[in-house]
Design a protein. Sequence first.
Length: 150
Amino acid sequence: MRRIPLAPLTLGLAGVIPFLWGALTYVNADLALWTTETLGPRFAGPYVQLYYGAIILSFMSGVLWGFATKAEGGRAATGYVLSVIPALWAFFMTGGGPVSAGTNLIFGFVGLLALDFAFFRWGLTPVWWMHLRLLLTAIVVSCLAMTVMF
């Protein structure tokens, strides 16, 4: 079965809302102003995307760590090492301003997708995992690209 179960799909899509919101407030000045006045400036434009993006890369490190617990021997060790890369990437690569940080987050999420695929190929993920990860990564990268490129 490759159909994504409803709970992970719903929660995954809910998890991209801050990226969508950041892109919307980046391209819509009125929405950005409302957000800044109502919720605060860190919830608008690239700021919400950058902060949340670093959190999600760190969260995904934990998810990969969980998958690594299903492996044994050398593959387990490799899985544990690989699982910390997204969190370290977020920590070291999200400074230097919104364009640089956003660009690095894009690379981080694309790299995460490659790690997802490795864990999938090793049989450590649910069979539907890559369908979910491709969908969510496409949305996240598109939203970050809007902020970085425009």
